[in-house]
Design a protein around this ligand. Sequence first.
Ligand SMILES: Nc1ccn([C@@H]2O[C@H](COP(=O)(O)OP(=O)(O)OP(=O)(O)O)[C@@H](O)[C@H]2O)c(=O)n1
Ligand SMILES: C[C@](O)(CO)[C@H](O)COP(=O)(O)O
Length: 227
Amino acid sequence: MKVVAIVPAAGRGERLGSPVPKALVEVRGVSLLARAVSGLLDSEVVDAVVVAAPHDYHAEFVRELAPFEERCEVVVGGHDRSSSVRLALESVPPGAYDVVLVHDAARAFAPGAIIRAVVDTVRSGAPAAVPVLPVTDTVKVVDAAGVITATQDRGALRAVQTPQGFTDAVLRAAYSARLDAATDDAGLVEQLGEKVITVTGHPDSMKITTAFDLAIAEAVLAPKEEA
Ligand SMILES: Nc1ccn([C@@H]2O[C@H](COP(=O)(O)OP(=O)(O)OP(=O)(O)O)[C@@H](O)[C@H]2O)c(=O)n1
Ligand SMILES: C[C@](O)(CO)[C@H](O)COP(=O)(O)O
């Protein structure tokens, strides 16, 4: 079964506050982009990668990914994450791959074991698979004035990571249908009524969103990866 990974990397990283797009930010001399792409290719279950780049950084992303050029294509992304995934998916010929992963460039330290677990779950017959972790904080619902209106049952909540894996047909159906906006790809597939299976995620797959997250990556994640 052939596997392609789509890497949405066209975000600006406003919450990080970097002068360059977040994917080009380096941790110990290697960009998040290069780390995310090499992590996928090194997992030994991914045949090819399609990266969505900011429109004004396409050439720079191609240069950054030159070491992977035989198995990596760069397309121009869109105005939000979903449109970047859609544009990357459009560049993949339908049916050319059995499994499509979608993996944030911002989750640059996802362990190979998690990538393989997601792929294996789809290969075993699931339409979709996502890595998740239990929620460790108590989660409240608040109204517009900041007053709590409900407390969620934490036991039933999970924090969702990437890579998320889908059969080619299911992901294309989700991106072809007129659905409500979703913050992840599984959120679209759920609206089709397809079953999304969870696998156990990993703290190292954290999303680098803020300067604090970057500091954790510098201090904890990169040294582990390079050991
Ligand atoms: N127009 C966009 C917006 C986001 N992404 C990608 O989606 C992933 C998850 O998004 P997030 O971490 O929230 O990144 P940004 O949108 O860049 O962050 P911010 O909201 O702080 O600007 C990232 O790899 C990001 O590059 C994308 O491909 N296209
Ligand atoms: C896809 C995702 O990483 C799953 O947790 C997340 O939803 C992306 O976050 P964003 O801030 O909405 O881009």
